[in-house]
Structures are given as C-alpha cells and as structure tokens.
Design a binder for this molecule. Structure first.
Ligand code: AHR
Length: 342
C-alpha cells in the first residue's frame, strides 16, 4: 500500500531563496537575489502518507477539527500528513484532490465543503487504488465510491434542536401559541446544512403553530451571522425563536441584537438555539443567553485513523462511522464545561 513519494514543497514546488551570502551584484552594484528551484523532497517511505483536504477556516469548530487531524496524524505515530486548506472554495478542494492523486499518496481524507462535484476525483482515486475517507460532511455519491465516511448525524442534530424547542414550549405552557422562528442556515449544499435543516423542518411540520418568518444563509461564519441578523432587524421582523445552524453565526447574530439592545435567552421573549457546542457557547448556555447548543463533535480524526489502520491490515471498514454527540442546556452544562478544550 505504501509508496515512495516525492512532495514538491507546499503542495507542488518549493523555491529556495538564496539570501545574503549567495547574492550577486548587478551592474548598478545592487545585491541581486538568486532564486533556485529546489530538488524534490523525498519522504520517509516507512511513513503512511495521508493527504487531508480541509474546507477552510469558516468557524471555531473547523479550527478544532483541523487541530484534531494535525494532532492525530503525526510523524511520531507513523504518518506524513499533507494538510491542504480548501479556503472555502470547492473547486480548489477538487484540484487539490487531483494533485494528491498525482503525487500517489497512500490515503486521501476529504472534508467536502459541498456534497456535489466529487465523482471524477473519486473515480480517479479508485483507478489509482488510493482509498478516500470522507470526513465531516458527505459527498452525494454511492458509498462504493469511497472507503468510508466519518462524522456527525446532522439530521439527528436538527431533530434534537427542534425537539428541545418542542419540550421547552410545553414546559412553559406555550405549545399552543403561535411561534415565529428565524432560521439562519449554514453553507448551501453542505451536509451540515442539509441534515440540520431537514431535522428542524420535520419537527416544524408536526407543529402547525410554528412559522418560519425569516430563513437566511449565514455560511457558518460569525460575520455573516451579524449581517443577516442586522438585515432581519432592519426589516422589522418580529420573532420568538432564533435558530442558527452553528455557534459562530449565533455569536454574530447576538452582536447585532446587542447593538439594538434586544434581550435574548432565558427569561426573555427570544429563545436561542444553536449547534456545535464550542466552549464559548457553553459559557453562554451557563449564563442563559444561549438556551441550547446541540453538539457537533469535531474530534473525528481518530475515526479516520482507525479506518486507515484497518485498511493497512487488509481488514474491512464500516462505511458509516458516527461520532458521539450530546445536547447542552442550562441543566447539564456545568458538568461538562471544564473539559471542553475548544
Ligand atoms: O460541517 C460541520 C459544520 O461546519 C459545523 O457545524 C460548523 O461550525 C462548521 O463550519
């Protein structure tokens, strides 16, 4: 399985810049810097070379997910990890995947930004016998196109978030009242958005007195969370519940509400629900500003590593590998906050 591979610098080529000491003078007597193309770097063939294509840096969840992969696939553990930042650009992710195939890496791990567009890459990887592990979000292809998938049950997260709302309204004797909901969604075409929205909408259909009064895309970023909420407030849209499909968009939306001195959370007229359960979100759950954060666990690298180990041993891997997750509310958050490292 393992191959001797040559990595050309940061993805393709490395340039060596000869600085002071090897410069030459030009006619005007100025120091001239010589640029020399480096020879290919040869990696230790005893290591397993894994190419990891991340989505980008759109959220604090993503940073925790990236750190988890960097800390799992280490040289000490026998890996040579090539990390590629997709920069929130799915074309860039696909090009990077073709590069990794050309470099004949041992394994490719993809965190796809969106589900579409992966057919050619996966066909090529399979033709070159390079197993692909899909991580976090999914690709909308039959599972025979890749080795396995590891990540969260996004649909269940949506059901959990909306299910919490149902129970909360009953506990407040508000389950027969009209409930106006603002929904700020993640990136269009991303599994996290598709699954969570599906779970939320399913509960919505069962509660005819719930109404979505605004549904906007916030792309999983804090800045867009602020902008979307500013627009909603400028339009004078009134609402009882704010659901954001990740914590960072909630932080952004809270900023916009703070600027307008709008109160939200426990003991106010606005119920707040978000996803991820970052440490900062758990702090807000403790203060009551955020009423629930449905966990999306970013620590999935060990599931990917387990799959690679099995493949190395020639064993069969499960196609679908869910990570464990829970729901954090005021009632249970105290017991978990101190252990949350991201
Ligand atoms: O795909 C997982 C989602 O992507 C997380 O909820 C979000 O914060 C991230 O950017």
């Amino acid at each position: 399985m393992r191959k001797r591979i040559f990595i050309f610098g940061m993805a393709v080529f490395t340039f060596l810049f000869c600085l002071a000491g090897c410069g030459q003078s030009n006619e005007a007597g100025q120091e001239k810097t010589e640029i020399t193309r480096a020879g290919a770097v040869e990696y230790d063939s005893s290591l397993i070379t894994v190419g990891f294509i991340q989505t980008g840096k759109e959220s604090a969840w993503r940073d925790a997910n990236t750190a988890d992969f960097l800390n799992t696939f280490t040289v000490e553990k026998g890996y040579n990890l090539i990390y590629i930042d997709g920069n929130s650009d799915s074309d860039r992710q696909i090009k990077a995947a073709f590069d990794l195939i050309a470099q004949e890496v041992d394994y490719i791990i993809i965190d796809p930004i969106v589900e579409n567009g992966w057919k050619d890459v996966l066909t090529e990887a399979s033709a070159k016998n390079i197993p692909v592990i899909v991580s976090d979000r999914q690709v909308n292809l039959n599972a025979s196109n890749y080795a396995c998938w590891v990540g969260s049950d996004f649909y269940q997260e949506g059901v959990n978030g909306a299910g919490w709302l149902e129970n909360y309204l009953v506990s407040q004797d508000k389950d027969r009242e009209k409930i106006k909901i603002v929904l700020i969604e993640g990136t269009k075409g991303a599994t996290a958005t598709i699954g969570r929205t599906e779970g939320i909408m399913e509960r919505l259909e069962k509660n005819p007195n719930w109404e979505i009064v605004a549904r906007e895309c916030g792309n999983f970023t804090q800045g867009e969370g602020t902008n979307v909420m500013k627009k909603i407030l400028e339009e004078g849209i009134e609402f009882d519940v704010l659901i954001t499909e990740n914590d960072n968009m909630m932080f952004g939306a809270m900023k916009a509400m703070d600027q307008k001195e709008i109160k939200y959370g426990r003991g106010t007229d606005i119920i707040t629900i978000s996803f991820d359960a970052l440490g900062e979100a758990l702090d807000l759950v403790q203060t009551g500003k955020l009423m629930v954060s449905v966990e999306c666990n970013p620590l999935i690298a060990q599931l990917a590593e387990k799959a690679i180990q099995k493949l190395e041993e020639g064993k069969r891997v499960e196609k679908v590998n869910f990570v464990e997750e829970m729901v954090f509310t005021y009632e249970n958050v105290g017991a978990y906050r101190k252990d949350r490292k991201y």
